[in-house]
Design a protein around this ligand. Structure first.
Ligand code: PXL
Length: 285
């Protein structure tokens, strides 16, 4: 894949809790990608375990932002969407993608909708059907096992999984339609000791696995998808990019687990990014 350097990330801002834009922006920036942002909503925290979060829906701001950008002649090598603020934002994003897609643009849709077999509480029951439409416009989608089941309208199954189940889920996701779509399915595991992803490039499925810790953290899907896009934009192919993103997410999870912090506070991706930038820190530039 060609080297890409400018991205537009379309996710919410969860003011506290390390997910969405507060994760995508630093990871892409650290990978040398100029990342512009379109906030879909502003929440005081993410919705994964905090009561009483505030919620400012920014549906009305997205098209005016896009139109202003278009009037400035801005161009992007990647369009990367995540958590949407309302069902109507699906149609708005379809317009957004049409406005900014060029032949070489990578459109990554992370169909953020749920986890552990449940739709996130901010979404209505018709949201998965709408999200499936947006996925049809993507070059690459990165659902977790819950989101995959919602997209193909099947009931959620808990792991450990078999290769047959993973590969039949991928085939069903592929048959949702769309042009030359690649799929990276996350939350894949065949035993309790490992966790990883299955990458389908349209031809073969390749697995990337890492050590599993007995704790889940909100926002790890965003860390993973952002690291994957960062790798792709620096020239990795889908399989290498998936390996690198699984390793990055697993390193963040392990460090956080060892520190024993409140899982709702997300993963310590900063420390892993900082390690990668150790030269810069050492020399103070
Ligand atoms: O990481 C996914 C995510 C993104 N944005 C918000 C969330 C979640 C997961 O809970 O609540 C607001």
């Amino acid at each position: 894949m060609k080297t890409f350097k400018k991205a537009a990330a379309i996710h919410d801002i969860s003011c506290f809790g390390r997910c969405s834009l507060t994760v995508a922006l630093p990871i892409l920036s650290a990978a040398g990608v100029n990342c512009s942002v379109v906030p879909t909503a502003v929440l005081s925290t993410h919705t994964g375990g905090f009561d009483g979060f505030t919620y400012r829906d920014l549906t009305e701001d997205i098209l005016p932002i896009a139109k202003h950008w278009q009037s400035l002649g801005l161009e992007f090598d990647a369009l990367y969407s995540g958590f949407l603020g309302s069902t109507e934002q699906v149609e708005i994003l379809e317009v957004f993608i049409k406005m900014f897609r060029r032949p070489e643009t990578v459109v990554l849709v992370d169909p953020v909708m749920g986890d552990n077999g449940k739709l996130y509480k901010t979404f209505s029951q018709n949201f998965p059907g709408e999200m499936a439409k947006l996925c049809r416009m993507a070059d690459l989608i990165t659902p977790n096992m819950t989101e995959a089941a919602l997209l193909i309208n099947e009931s959620y199954r808990e792991g450990p999984y078999t290769r047959e189940y993973i590969e039949s889920t991928i085939k069903k996701l592929a048959s949702l339609g769309g042009e030359s779509r690649q799929i990276v399915l996350t939350g894949v595991y065949f035993s309790e000791k490992e966790l990883g992803a299955a990458a389908y490039d349209g031809t073969v499925v390749r697995y990337a696995m890492a050590e599993r810790v007995p704790q889940q953290y909100p926002g790890t899907g965003d860390v993973f998808a952002s690291a994957l896009l960062a790798a792709l934009m620096n020239g990795a192919d889908l399989s290498n990019g998936t390996e690198s993103a699984v390793k990055f997410a697993a390193d963040c999870i392990k460090l956080t687990f060892e520190a024993g912090t409140d899982p709702r506070f997300g993963v310590n991706f900063e420390a892993i990014l900082a390690k990668k930038m150790s030269n810069m820190i050492q020399y103070g530039v």
